[in-house]
Design a protein around this ligand. Structure first.
Ligand code: MV4
Length: 498
């Protein structure tokens, strides 16, 4: 058996690792920008599929299928992003005699249309946010539909997802122009201007349920992930379990997620997203028909290898676990390490990793797509690695994450590591007081803290200059390779809360 991995970066590496452990041969594909990439080095064979722009390489169904044919692959794993939720690609794989390691095309389609997904949930009596169950007709009076829902409300792209093209409308006066902008954005981003309306849920939590389904009618859930710490719909920190979900809520949400998966004819790994309001009410939002970036926290707490399950399911095997076998032990946290400058407008920071030391040690996992000496290209997603830790309870996991982030050293590009360290050190994070507004709320204070770190950097530069000039007394007090030291403990938040 040979699996072509139609992706790059850390997720391609993750899939290759699972295949190797299962005794499956792997085929990597790579663009011209990825000749030196880690996933290419780790696969058994690798095929060039085109120039750097994803549209001409990782998003080209034709080029990937050509590589699969040349390699005589049996199956295709799409990872996340790129072609992972493209029903036509899943169909093209089947037509080419390749097993698509993901859900059936019909399930991808049913969930790709967010209003169709809402209808499925509504028909099962799973709570959904109040709103329209069909896209707004192009000539419909939006004001009439909006009055039926009430303000504030959200305009969402029917073909969208993940927050792209969403718009908040506070009152009727804003509706017309917001709708025009939402339609234009949706058309540009998804090639479909269809919009639907939803009542706005203020400061919600984003909690999602992992499901697994096989070809034999078994559907189980692996509990929730808390994904409320986001910036512009990009998650930074995820955890399992959620600090606000107890066993009763977990089984209610899990059962709802399984019912939705079953009704959609779902097979393989998927995720059902919910919004949770201040009163712990949950509302179905959408279903992601792929393996998610944050899947490792579920793996760490349940002990179930989600990619191995995906491979077995695609091979037609029944699930190796029943719902009663699923148990949640301890707590796991994931931090996304991106090549971005959190103190410089979050701009991408591509470049050569002149030095790299990933955190290791007990209960620390580094799902990375890079290595020392590698040059991070500027044309793709900025995710370098995911740092995942496990602890016997949430407090232990937080302490371990703080320790691991202090050890993680990346030289050559700016990363999100300093901001992640600030987040996990925050008293609201430790107390589990999370919502989608968390990051925007704490960012101003983090900027102040960054000013202090800058002054530390100035002192370090002055010391380095003294050393260069041969001032032995000061040079002796500066340890060699100072950059390798664990970062100092963060005291910023403690000062503020005293
Ligand atoms: C919402 C919402 C409030 N009310 N829907 C953003 C991602 C997409 N999957 C859905 N999103 C939201 N939908 C209603 N009716 C607020 C958000 C939202 C959000 C959700 C999850 C995580 C972070 C978020 C940040 C801003 C807005």
């Amino acid at each position: 058996m040979k699996v072509l991995v139609a992706n790059r970066g850390e997720i391609a590496v993750r899939v290759i690792r699972a295949c190797r452990e299962q005794g499956l041969a792997t085929v990597a594909v790579f663009s011209e920008a990825d000749r030196e990439a880690l996933h290419v080095m780790l696969a058994d064979e690798a095929y060039a599929i085109g120039p750097a722009p994803a549209a001409e390489s990782y998003l080209s169904s034709e080029r990937i299928l050509t590589a699969a044919k040349a390699a005589r692959a049996d199956a295709v794993h799409p990872g996340y992003g790129f072609l992972a939720e493209n029903a036509a690609f899943a169909e093209a794989c089947a037509a080419a005699g390749l097993a698509f390691i993901g859900p059936p095309p019909a399930a991808i389609r049913a969930m790709g249309d967010k209003t169709s997904a809402r209808r499925i949930a509504r028909d099962l009596s799973v709570p959904t946010v109040a709103g329209t169950l069909e896209p707004l007709a192009p000539d419909a009076d939006a004001r009439v539909a909006a009055r039926g829902i009430g303000y504030p409300l959200m305009l969402k792209a029917a073909r969208g997802g993940g927050g792209k093209g969403m718009r908040l409308v506070r009152q009727e006066g804003e509706l017309e122009s917001a709708l025009r902008m939402a339609r234009n954005e949706a058309a540009a981003a998804f090639g479909d201007s269809a919009i639907y309306l939803e009542r706005y849920v203020a400061e919600p939590r984003h909690i999602e349920i992992q499901v697994l389904a096989d070809d034999h009618g078994h559907v189980i859930h692996l509990g929730e992930r808390e994904c409320s710490i986001q910036r512009r719909h990009q998650k930074l920190v995820e955890e399992c379990p959620s600090p606000v979900v107890d066993a009763a809520m977990r089984s209610r949400m899990g059962e709802a997620a399984c019912r939705i998966a079953r009704a959609a004819g779902y097979v393989n790994a998927g995720t059902v997203e919910f919004l949770v309001d201040a009163e712990q009410n949950f509302y179905f939002l959408e279903m992601n028909t792929r393996l998610q970036v944050e899947h490792p926290v579920t793996e760490m707490v349940t002990g179930i290898d989600l990619v191995r399950e995906q491979l077995r399911i695609a091979a037609g095997e029944p699930l190796h676990v029943t719902q009663a076998d699923v148990a949640w032990r301890g707590a796991a946290i994931e931090c996304r390490i991106n090549a971005e400058d959190p103190f410089g407008g979050w701009l991408p920071s591509p470049g050569t990793l002149t030095a790299l030391r990933a955190a290791t040690g007990p209960w620390v996992r580094d799902d990375s797509g890079v290595y020392e000496g590698y040059t991070v290209p500027g044309v793709y997603d900025t995710l370098l690695a995911k740092l995942i830790v496990w602890g016997a309870d949430r407090a232990a996991a937080i302490d371990r994450m703080a320790r691991a982030l202090a050890e993680y050293k990346v030289v050559g590009v700016r990363t999100t590591i300093p901001i992640l360290a600030q987040i996990v050190a925050h008293p609201d994070f430790r107390a589990g007081r999370l919502s989608t507004g968390f990051l925007d709320r704490i960012l101003p204070a983090i900027r102040t803290a960054a000013g202090r770190f800058r002054s530390v950097a100035v002192i370090a530069a002055v010391l380095a200059e003294y050393e260069r000039l041969g001032h032995a007394t000061i040079a002796e007090s500066v340890a060699p390779r100072d950059a390798w030291r664990s970062s100092p403990p963060l005291t910023v938040w403690r000062e503020r809360t005293r």
